[in-house]
Design a protein around this ligand. Structure first.
Ligand SMILES: [Fe+2]
Length: 330
């Protein structure tokens, strides 16, 4: 994804084909724009990820903007990148859906209250609705709380919460203003038609608001863009690993004193028939000088420890947060 800033500013989703086998050319030369979303504000919004289903790209345009004028003078003024960002709590969040086949944005304009997000959990289409799960914050305070000086002063991190938005893909004729267009069973998210033709979406809080969580992960190979039941994340300032069950609305947790787990990565068991059949791994940084860091392996279903590979040193790069796993069979 990239931002084009100029007379006609936009956010663009760009397709980069894999390089041809045996050819050493630059794959970016064959890149093409597959979706263009006009910028709603004078300044570009910050983004960290986008969502995708079989038929749509999903872009959440949040009211945290990068002030271009501040950016221009940042070197002279000694601003950091974060100094150039402004959160407007009175502005709406706009959710854009782009049809992957036609590259056209939906005619329906979706808006929601101001929020801030880094990560999408998953998204899927369900009976004429788009279901979008994200980890959301009420504002951008998390950005400011991650400065070393602020962290040393011992401020708490703000809560991020698993939100579900449900967007109606169609509006029946003669729908009255104020009517909830979400017709999915057991769903508390709402979407109401407004006078101006836009649809105001209010999220459903999927789990307890006291969970501080980030780095969501799913059974990606089987469930990305599809209806799913489980996701995993770091929790409580990275001091826990969590498994969420969307059907039973329960959470399982792994925790050990002074240990900080990276983003939990789910790896399916070959030939698995259940969504959570496999293992969840996390690189765990020890906060205790006397204890070592380790690679933790949890059972995907029970979320209990199967084993750990202890390293003879503190593995600090795991504290960057995200988890990555690559498996090659030779
Ligand atoms: Fe991230």
């Amino acid at each position: 994804m990239g931002t084009k800033y100029g007379l006609y500013s936009s956010y663009n989703i760009i397709k980069v084909p894999p390089p041809d086998k045996g050819v050493q050319d630059n794959p970016l030369q064959k890149a093409s724009i597959v979706c263009t979303i006009p910028m709603s504000n004078k300044h570009p919004s910050y983004y960290h990820s986008f969502g995708m289903t079989d038929n749509y790209f999903i872009y959440v345009e949040q009211p945290l903007i990068l002030n271009i004028w501040k950016l221009v003078i940042m070197k002279i003024m000694g601003y950091t990148f974060a100094d150039c960002m402004e959160f407007h709590k009175d502005w709406p969040t706009r959710i854009h859906l782009c049809n992957r086949e036609t590259s056209q944005l939906t005619e329906i304009k979706y808006i929601a209250d101001a929020l801030f997000l880094f990560h999408h959990v998953n998204a899927y289409e369900d009976n004429g609705h788009m279901v979008i799960d994200i980890f959301a914050y009420e504002d951008d305070l998390i950005m400011k709380r991650m400065y070393m000086k602020v962290a040393q002063d011992g401020h708490d991190l703000p809560l991020s919460r698993p939100y579900r938005f449900v967007l109606p893909l169609y509006i029946p004729k003669n729908t009255k203003v104020g009517v909830n267009l979400v017709t999915l069973d057991n769903c508390q998210a709402t979407a109401m038609l407004r006078e101006d033709g836009s649809v105001y979406c209010h999220h459903e809080l999927l789990f307890d608001p006291n969970i501080i969580a980030e780095f969501p992960r799913i059974n990606y190979d089987d469930c990305n863009g599809k209806k799913y039941r489980y996701f995993y994340s770091s929790g409580r300032d990275l001091m826990q690993l969590l498994k969420y069950d969307l059907e039973k609305r329960t959470i399982k947790a792994w925790k050990e004193d002074d240990m900080f787990g990276s983003e939990p990565v789910f790896i399916a068991k070959p030939g698995a028939t259940k969504e959570d059949e496999g293992v969840v791994i996390s690189s765990v940084l020890s906060g205790d000088e006397k204890k070592s860091s380790f690679l933790l392996i949890l059972d995907g279903e029970s979320f209990e420890e199967i084993g750990r590979a202890v390293t003879p040193a503190h593995v600090q790069n795991s504290f960057g947060g995200h988890g990555l796993f690559d498996f090659t069979i030779n």
